[in-house]
Design a protein around this ligand. Structure first.
Ligand code: F6P
Length: 392
């Protein structure tokens, strides 16, 4: 039986845990913290639901012991598997060769699975799409506690999501490497990073690596300004340039570039290609040799850095704490460095974009970083401090 609405913490006997949406570093760290806190501190039984909501739809649920989650803190991916297609309210049951995807509302199947396993609550670890997928279950009376996950850092209601800092670390290391090859060949290097419609990864890794131009979805760019900046750096500056482009960046008069459309996904658009396009345009307009690299899923792979292991552990512990406080339908979050929780619906259907007033944009502009909008004053000729050469 699903638990009736209650504030009695001891009514929680069994919980489920699932990971939904695109994977990201730190998922296992959350699963571990949830499972160990539930079992050791509160004597709650834990069940792992496989492949996100797909496992609820297909009744693929297995018991999780503390031993099962031992040693997974540092591992990338998710031991439970994930899925970014299975939205119970709009689930693709088959693809008709003539009419395309056939959708069904399979919320009842999920609720039945939760009943069958006597889950008093489900800890749902995911992004805004996963929180949206949880909405029909919340409406059906299932107690859901969300944990905000995504490398994009774009979930409303929390100042940070786990996985983001690891992705920034990966992107920064890649940008550092691109600098030495750009310097050697006197080239422009454009590096495309992920983030959907939000520029958090591009902004943060761009500043951390000292990139010269950062292209964000939130600041449409003008190629003329970018080329002026490139001309300056090639002729009066260090003779090479690094550009980091968010996959959602777009020119003033243009649209975002779509890499793929997945008709069976409730969120079918996959962005990509802007880095290559910018590189080709720069080469054509300036005559400077230009190359592009797209980091892609490398940003989602591998183990979490220590900061994400810690954040994920906090979030997992807080998910159980929130549940044991008798709360229902909440998402754990961090604001002002303090952990708390918000209504899970608060995160649904919105994206937390980079505000134009973000202090990091101001600081970056102050040190001569361009955003492709012509607002950056021409950088002063390179000094030894500005020089990106790698000294071994
Ligand atoms: O939301 C995480 C993310 O990696 C985005 O940055 C990216 O646009 C998208 O997922 C890629 O999705 P997929 O794994 O389906 O290609």
């Amino acid at each position: 039986m699903l638990a009736a609405p209650t504030t009695m913490s001891h009514s929680i006997k069994r919980i489920g845990v699932l990971t939904g949406g695109g994977d990201c570093p730190g998922l296992n760290a959350v699963i571990r913290a949830v499972t160990k806190t539930a079992i050791w501190k509160h004597g709650i039984e834990v069940f792992g639901i496989e492949d996100g909501f797909q496992g609820l739809i297909e009744d693929r649920v297995r018991p999780l012991s503390a031993r099962d989650v031992s040693g997974i803190l540092t591992r990338g991916g998710t031991v439970l598997g994930s899925n970014n297609r299975a939205n119970p309210r709009r689930y693709c049951v088959r693809v008709d060769p003539t009419t395309g995807p056939v959708w069904e509302n399979v919320t009842d199947r999920c609720v039945e699975t939760a009943h069958r396993h006597q889950l008093d609550a489900i800890i749902v670890i995911g992004g805004d799409g996963t929180m949206a997928s949880a909405a029909p279950l919340v409406e059906s009376g299932v107690n859901i506690i969300g944990v905000p996950k995504t490398i994009d850092n774009d979930i409303v209601g929390t100042e940070i999501t786990f996985g983001f800092l690891t992705a920034v670390n990966t992107a920064t290391e890649a940008l550092d490497k691109l600098q030495s090859t750009a310097d050697s060949h006197h080239r422009v290097m454009v590096c495309e990073v992920m983030g959907r419609n939000a520029g958090w990864i591009a902004l943060t890794s761009g500043v951390a690596s000292g990139s010269d131009i950062i292209l964000l979805p939130e600041i449409p760019f003008d190629l003329d300004h970018i080329c002026e900046n490139i001309d300056f750096r090639m002729n009066k500056g260090p003779g090479f340039a690094i550009i980091v482009a968010a996959e959602g960046a777009r020119p003033h008069e243009g649209k975002q570039m779509v890499d793929r459309v997945d008709p069976t996904s409730p969120d079918p658009i996959r962005l990509g290609g802007i880095g290559r396009w910018v590189a080709d345009e720069i080469a054509k307009r300036t005559g400077v040799e230009t190359r592009s690299s797209a980091l892609g899923h490398i940003q989602r792979g591998g183990g979490p850095i220590p900061a994400d292991r810690i954040l994920a552990t906090h979030f997992g512990y807080h998910a159980i704490k929130t549940l044991l406080e008798g709360k229902r339908s909440r998402m754990v979050m961090r604001q002002g460095n303090v952990f708390g929780d918000v209504d899970i619906m608060h995160a649904v259907g919105k994206q937390r974009l980079v505000p134009l007033s973000n202090p990091l944009i101001e600081a970056a502009r102050a040190i001569g970083t361009g955003f492709g909008d012509g607002r950056t004053p021409e950088p002063a000729p390179a000094t030894s401090e500005d020089n990106h050469s790698v000294v071994v």
